[in-house]
Design a protein around this ligand. Structure first.
Ligand code: SAM
Length: 278
């Protein structure tokens, strides 16, 4: 169990002497996304790619913020209304405002969260993700989403897979190509959790602002290390096959239980939803 300022035993957090080397010459999505969110953890190549995307889809920065707001509302719903106390948050990103454990533990301090990302910059920031309430726990696993067995084995040190778990895949599945079989990857994660567990995800859309999103994908795929495949509503709905979608269903993220009119009116070209494993 991790406590305030004390990383969980076994967490792969680099100390000051062994920080991983970053390739700063090529844009990486975690840092590009950080730039769109107004963060400072990015380099010239990341800012160039982020700006190129903004030139064809100026609402991308607001889209990123709407995605973070969706994440906050989803975690709030899962803890306060669905009774979830365990989260597997894959594709965590560089820590930002309202990280999953902060939202969950503010409501239920006993919540346990395992973060997973494959970017060395996120790993370097993992300490900020490992601050837990004494009653709960957080851990960080440096792993690729496609290595589901490694993720599940690592997460079992912190999460009890006999109890419901919320699997969070926020704005990550676009980095799996169709050849990576993203539907199969999600299904293998869901197979490891019991009935009463949840899947929560968001995914950039190819059928909202279609021309701008296509142009943005082309630019990002030229400049960014992680390639993107934006998907349409029917393709994203496939991830929820066999699950019970929570109201209002799979919908644009800004329309999923918005707290304010400002949130509801935010321009975001992402599909999102939350569903329960029966
Ligand atoms: C756009 S960010 C989303 C961050 C956060 N989930 C959110 O919604 O605010 C995508 C994150 O997924 C990570 N990522 C991309 N491909 C991945 C993979 N194959 N395995 C693990 N993490 C991956 C990136 O490093 C990045 O941190």
């Amino acid at each position: 169990m991790a406590s305030e300022g004390a990383p969980a035993v076994g967490a792969s957090v680099p100390t000051s002497g062994d920080a991983p080397a970053f390739d700063t010459s090529v844009a990486h999505v975690a840092r590009v996304y950080n730039y769109w969110l107004g963060g400072k953890d990015n380099f010239a190549a990341d800012r160039a790619a982020a700006e190129q995307a903004m030139a064809v889809y100026p609402d991308i920065a607001l889209s990123a913020r709407a995605n973070r707001a969706f994440l906050r509302r989803v975690v709030t719903y899962l803890v306060s209304q669905a009774g979830i106390r365990q989260f597997l948050d894959i594709g965590t990103g560089i820590p930002s405002a309202n990280n999953t454990h902060e939202v969950a533990q503010a409501i239920a301090p006993e919540s346990r969260i395992v973060y997973v990302d494959n970017d060395p910059v996120v790993l370097a920031h993992a300490r900020a993700l490992l601050t837990s309430t004494p009653a709960g726990a957080t851990d960080y696993i440096d792993a690729d989403l496609r290595r589901t067995e490694q993720i599940l084995a690592g997460a079992a040190g912190t999460l009890d897979f006999a109890q419901p778990v919320a699997i969070m895949l926020m704005a990550i599945l676009q980095h799996l190509s169709d050849e990576d079989d993203p539907v199969g990857v999600v299904a293998s994660l869901l197979a490891a959790v019991p009935a009463g567990s949840y899947l929560a995800l968001s995914h950039p859309a190819k059928d909202i602002e279609a021309e701008k999103m296509k142009a943005m994908a082309e630019r990002l795929n030229q400049m960014m290390a992680e390639k993107v495949t934006f998907r349409g509503q029917a393709e994203v709905a496939e991830f929820f096959t066999g699950l019970e979608l929570v109201e209002p269903g799979m919908i644009r993220v800004q329309h999923w239980r918005p707290d304010t009119d400002e949130e509801a009116n935010s321009p975001a070209a992402l599909w999102g939803g939350v569903a329960r494993k029966p």
